[in-house]
Design a protein around this ligand. Structure first.
Ligand SMILES: NC(=O)c1ccc[n+]([C@@H]2O[C@H](COP(=O)([O-])OP(=O)(O)OC[C@H]3O[C@@H](n4cnc5c(N)ncnc54)[C@H](OP(=O)(O)O)[C@@H]3O)[C@@H](O)[C@H]2O)c1
Length: 328
């Protein structure tokens, strides 16, 4: 079988589609034929040695997949050959024709959900739901600020926050991304290519007393600005640092606003509490199966063997929404 192998930490261009050996699945594992695998910013970081884990080289990126169970290990219960599943791959390896995945990290699909949509649930939808619902307890009517709103986590956050009755302000970097964020359901959009974020936020949120819930996959100066825009009792969700800059948090702002900082580490949560992550996945599968409007509004399908170019575009900030790598 083939996989997208990374032999050096030189970024996406170091990926090549090559023959790769997969051992037989262990007793608690499933062998899954990968039909689709979601592309995430974490995959880009992995190819540069900048992710929080550093698997030995050569490595295979890919942290979320969907496909069909080919074989179930001897102690696996609840899954059988032929089942349609999706899975999170906390140690990566998903950009491949086949994977072995621990059964506790897999979940059943739904006949109404194609594999390319199911492949987006483990990371971006899972993270967005864990952040907004599990950690922050988002309530209808709250004002949510989504940074990086045209990205994978960002666009899923816009959709899920709207489905919970929130008002959503999306923050993006250019006009095309602004249009995309509106298509995801954002009530208002701040295009940082045209507006200064701090001023725009003051204008937009003044009458409401500030933002209740910023969801922040970007980091850097945007984090500091979002913290400054918080309403009393706001909850700031720290998701990631796509800007490449880890901000120093002004603790006085947290104090003055009676605010809460919430660290979102969905991968760590899924590793420690797989049964709770599975409950989140069941909820999301049902939601996306029942309501097509909650599926990715613009899903770009790229052949897996050409995955290097997809990751390079993500690194260059040139992706709208989500890319999924497809095996023929
Ligand atoms: N904590 C968790 O459990 C968890 C789970 C999944 C992902 N993450 C993290 O969340 C972040 C976003 O992941 P994603 O998969 O949603 O990525 P993505 O699809 O590439 O979206 C990231 C967004 O960040 C914005 N951005 C601002 N500065 C950027 C820069 N210098 N380079 C690239 N993008 C920049 C871009 O929007 P504009 O161009 O419009 O500004 C882009 O749309 C990553 O840091 C990832 O590691 C964390």
């Amino acid at each position: 079988m083939n996989a997208l192998l990374c032999h050096s930490l030189d970024g996406p261009q170091a990926l090549s589609w090559q023959a790769h050996e997969l051992p037989p699945p262990g007793a608690t594992e499933l062998r899954v034929r990968v039909d689709a695998a979601g592309v995430n910013f974490g995959d880009v970081l992995l190819t540069r040695g900048k992710y929080q884990i550093r698997p030995p080289l050569p490595l295979v990126p890919g942290m979320e997949i969907a496909g069909e169970v080919i074989e179930a290990g001897a102690s696996v219960r609840g899954f059988a050959r032929g089942d349609r599943v999706a899975a999170v791959m906390p140690e990566f390896g998903g950009f491949s024709e086949y994977v072995n995945v621990r059964a506790e990290h897999a979940f059943h699909g739904d006949a109404r959900l194609p594999a390319d949509v199911a492949a987006c649930i483990p990371s971006v939808y899972g993270t967005a739901w864990y952040a907004l619902d599990t950690l922050a307890g988002l309530r209808a009517g709250e004002l949510v600020l989504v940074l990086g709103a045209a990205g994978g986590v960002g666009s899923a956050s816009v959709q899920l926050a709207k489905s919970r009755g929130a008002t959503v302000i999306a923050v993006v970097g250019d006009a095309a991304k602004a249009e995309f964020a509106r298509a995801c359901g954002a009530d208002d959009v701040i295009d940082c290519g045209r507006e200064e974020l701090r001023t725009a936020l003051r204008e937009r949120t003044g009458t409401r007393g500030g933002v209740n819930l910023p969801i922040d996959p970007v980091g850097g100066s945007a984090t500091e600005t979002a913290l400054g825009s918080l309403a009393w009792g706001g909850r700031h969700l720290v998701v990631g640092f796509a800007s490449g800059s880890i901000p120093a948090i002004a603790a006085n702002l947290v104090l003055l606003k009676g605010a809460t900082l919430l660290g979102v580490n969905f991968g760590g949560y899924a590793l420690r509490f797989p049964e709770r992550a599975a409950a989140i996945y069941r909820t999301l599968v049902a939601m996306l199966a029942e309501d097509p409007a909650l599926r990715p509004p613009r899903l770009e399908r790229v052949p897996m063997r050409e995955g290097a170019s997809a990751l390079a575009r993500m690194e260059a900030r040139a992706v709208l929404g989500k890319i999924v790598l497809i095996n023929p």
